[in-house]
Design a protein around this ligand. Sequence first.
Ligand code: FAD
Length: 310
Amino acid sequence: MHILDIFARQQTTCSFEFFPPKSRAAADHLYETLQRLEPLRPAFVSVTYGAGGSSRELTHELVVRIRQSTDLDAIPHLTCIAHNAGEIEEILLRYAAAGVNNILALGGDCPANMAGHDRGQDAFRYATDLVRFIARFNASGRHHDSRGFGIGVAGYPEGHPATPNRLRELDYLKAKVDAGANYICTQLFFDNRDFYDFRERCELAGINVPIIAGVMPVTSHSGMVRMAELALGARIPAALMRDVLRFGNNAEDVERVGIEWATEQCRDLLAHSVRGIHFYTLNRSHATQLIYKNLAGQLPEAAPKPLRAV
Ligand code: FAD
């Protein structure tokens, strides 16, 4: 379903993010996770893209498999790094042929094994350039939906590390929306005040598309350390850090603390009319299931879907 139709049908969306598995065992584990999470009826799920890496094809495979084997709407991520325009067009044609309706368009970061890669060789420097390209593809009428792909982009409640000037950063975000983005999905954050402030700054800057809040429960001390590395700039509040450190040796207690924190974040976001909550699942179901259970019916379920065209 096109993202505009998803938002039209639901005042608040819930969605889950997965990454493509790299081994048979990891794939089996992911399909178990999908089976456990499908009954929660998310508005959509999204699949990350290995910027510049060898796993790029896996995103397509996973998205198509989810589409064929589940009732879930899958949104592929797509990044600019190390792509030329012909490759991106090819990817868009394949997704259109597979009946995929939306894409999350991203800049991407150079992976460690591509250190020194010359971004000047890439057709698209910033996500805005990719959004513009997808919008042109949409206008060419090569997608079964006359609107073409719905387009999402990334936003950073605590700021993106490459742009210390926060006013300029908002200009760049607005440029992505003006180029054709239909919604913004945020980087994970742990203090909702950062999100509310970001949302208000977007409004003041004239950015009026839905903003979905990224939530990731901390489930282990090592996970928190890894997360701080992956989501550069994300601040871990002292209260959360204190509890994680206090229970550092007891995995169950750390997980309980992280899930309680994320539950309260979601409760508060819902009370503040958030347009959507996007769970970074790390391909695991347990934490997301427990948060749903804790919120006992407060999280919205997707409205029943119309039959989809194949
Ligand atoms: P951009 O919008 O291009 O911005 C990158 C930086 O450039 C920002 O600092 C921005 O302010 C600045 N900028 C933008 N336009 C200009 C301009 N015209 N002139 C100067 N500076 C400019 N990474 C992956 O590799 N794969 C994924 O699947 C993936 N999924 C993600 C999903 C979400 C929801 C989020 C929040 C991030 C994801 N990332 C992913 C990480 C993302 O690729 C990185 O954070 C990357 O550094 C920035 O991506 P962007 O789309 O925000 O890029």
